[in-house]
Design a protein around this ligand. Structure first.
Ligand SMILES: Nc1ncnc2c1ncn2[C@@H]1O[C@H](COP(=O)(O)OP(=O)(O)OP(=O)(O)O)[C@@H](O)[C@H]1O
Ligand SMILES: [Mg+2]
Length: 461
């Protein structure tokens, strides 16, 4: 973070300093979790549903934080704001960004692949200049400003993930950090339940395009009709990416190897280059083209982009994280989250890995699908059968429709099974997996299916 004294932070957020004898104390970082507080930090007290961050101000200070940003005094040095400290944090991030005229903001949204693509974009842009893009999601009104505050005077690029929870949400994030480049990846059915339809999701995600500076760039997925249609909402030039012939930056001649890693020719208006991705999944080709489109805009050659894409490794955990146990079992831990699109992408990747041995899909519920939940689970179960996955294990009541879909699609013997919970899944797998098998583990985050991957990696297999 760019160092500011406490008084300057208070001024930037329009707050009042209370119980603060040292107005010149230096703030060198910011956290919203008291357990992460360290020397020099600003601690942002957020009133959540279960806990109130103000109660942990003393703990943050004991860990070295110099001041709390809150909506009321906390006993120690506090910048008190009249509104929500989260909004104040946004104002601080905006202020700091305003002091960095050379930093370019790349904003990324989509239903699936924001974090993965953010990491890829960062991998490429680091080849041009200092880049801020912390591992993990950080895509909310808290995570996004905290990311911005990591910038220093040297920062050339800020790569920001933006999640859309409703209409107006992305616009608010863009108001904190107006994008120079906006990337829209896809409009899937993630959070369909909350939004009530794909068109509404498209409207919300397209706010990232409307917020572009006129001399910026919209990077749109040509393979996704709703995203491609966002071109009409852009005052800035548009570059498209994808696999289809309409895309400006496209993956041509895509093949997958036995580890489900994509190879393709990166076709661009600046020339072509061969890409051999080290990361797993066909969908990585699309994410890679999006990242290349961003890097090309900032002057990278296609050959250099191809080289850096090939060397890219996962930075954020539990997204198609591939590990082989000493016993020769390959575990694909994709348990960070799940929606129908990322489920299908993961299953296709698993199917491509069948040359190793048996393919086993351990799948849990995809949450937040609203009325489509049963139909979407049913469809995933059917896809597993059509892809010839050797064994599909549906975990938990929320995934029962997935099991039934597989059963009705014609799985036979014990090809598809239902188990009630994570422990039962682990027990079943312990007696089942053989050297050479490939096990995919995937569900919505709150299902806790990563315990299955952990058990496989730690256990006797
Ligand atoms: N282009 C894509 N299409 C479909 N699935 C994808 C794509 N890119 C990544 N995925 C898969 O989607 C899942 C989530 O990836 P990632 O964490 O990058 O997405 P996200 O959009 O950041 O999610 P969140 O909304 O939880 O932050 C992973 O299983 C990943 O393998
Ligand atoms: Mg994410």
């Amino acid at each position: 973070m760019i160092e500011m004294d406490v008084a300057a932070v208070a001024a930037a957020v329009g707050g009042t300093l209370v119980d603060c004898p040292d107005r010149a104390a230096a703030v060198t970082g910011a956290v919203a979790d008291s357990r992460l507080a360290a020397a020099g930090d600003l601690y942002v007290a957020i009133a959540g549903e279960r806990v109130d961050g103000h109660d942990f101000a003393a703990a943050a200070l004991a860990s070295g934080a110099v001041v709390t940003l809150g909506s009321r005094p906390t006993g120690g040095p506090t910048i008190v704001v009249a509104d929500d400290p989260v909004d104040a944090l946004g104002r601080l991030a905006s202020h700091v960004l305003g002091t960095l005229p050379d930093a370019r903001v790349v904003a990324i949204t989509g239903s699936s692949g924001k974090t993965t693509t953010k990491d890829l974009v960062a991998t490429l842009l680091e080849g041009i200049g200092p880049t801020v893009a912390p591992a993990g999601s950080f895509n909310t009104e808290v995570g996004l400003p905290l990311t911005i505050l990591r910038a220093t005077e040297e920062t050339r690029f800020l790569v920001l993930e933006m999640g859309a929870r409703g209409i107006g949400h992305v616009a608010e994030l863009c108001a904190i950090a107006p994008p120079d480049v906006s990337v829209a990846l896809n409009v899937g059915s993630a959070h369909l339940g909350e939004f009530g339809g794909r068109e509404a999701i498209g409207r919300a995600k397209g706010e990232i395009i409307e917020a572009l500076k006129p001399d910026g760039l919209a990077v749109l997925n040509a393979d996704d009709p709703i995203v491609a249609g966002m071109a009409a909402r852009s005052a800035a030039p548009v570059v498209t990416f994808g696999a289809g012939p309409a895309a400006d930056v496209r993956a041509v001649g895509l093949t997958l190897d036995g580890a489900a890693r994509a190879s393709f020719t990166l076709h661009t208006s600046a020339g072509d280059a061969d890409v051999h991705l080290g990361m797993v999944g066909e969908h990585m080709a699309s994410n890679g083209c999006a990242a290349a489109a961003v890097a090309l805009h900032f002057g990278m050659t296609p050959a250099r982009a191809a080289e850096l894409l090939g060397a890219a490794q996962p930075r954020s955990r539990w997204r198609m994280e591939v590990t082989t146990t000493p016993g020769g079992v390959t575990v694909v831990n994709d348990s960070y989250n799940a929606n129908p699109e990322s489920m299908r992408a993961a299953l296709r990747s698993l199917a491509a890995m069948s040359s190793h041995g048996h393919t086993i899909a351990v799948l849990g519920e995809m949450r937040e699908l609203g009325d489509d939940s049963i139909a979407e689970h049913d469809a995933v179960g059917r896809l597993a059968v059509r892809l010839d996955i050797a064994k599909t294990i549906a975990v938990g009541q929320g995934a029962r429709a997935l099991y039934l879909g597989a059963a009705q699609e014609g799985s036979w013997n014990d090809e598809a099974v239902f188990v009630p919970d994570v422990d039962a899944a682990i027990e079943l797998l312990r007696g089942l997996v053989q050297p050479g098998d490939v096990v995919l583990v995937k569900a919505s985050r709150s299902i806790g299916l990563e315990a299955v991957a952990d058990a496989l990696l730690e256990g006797p297999t």
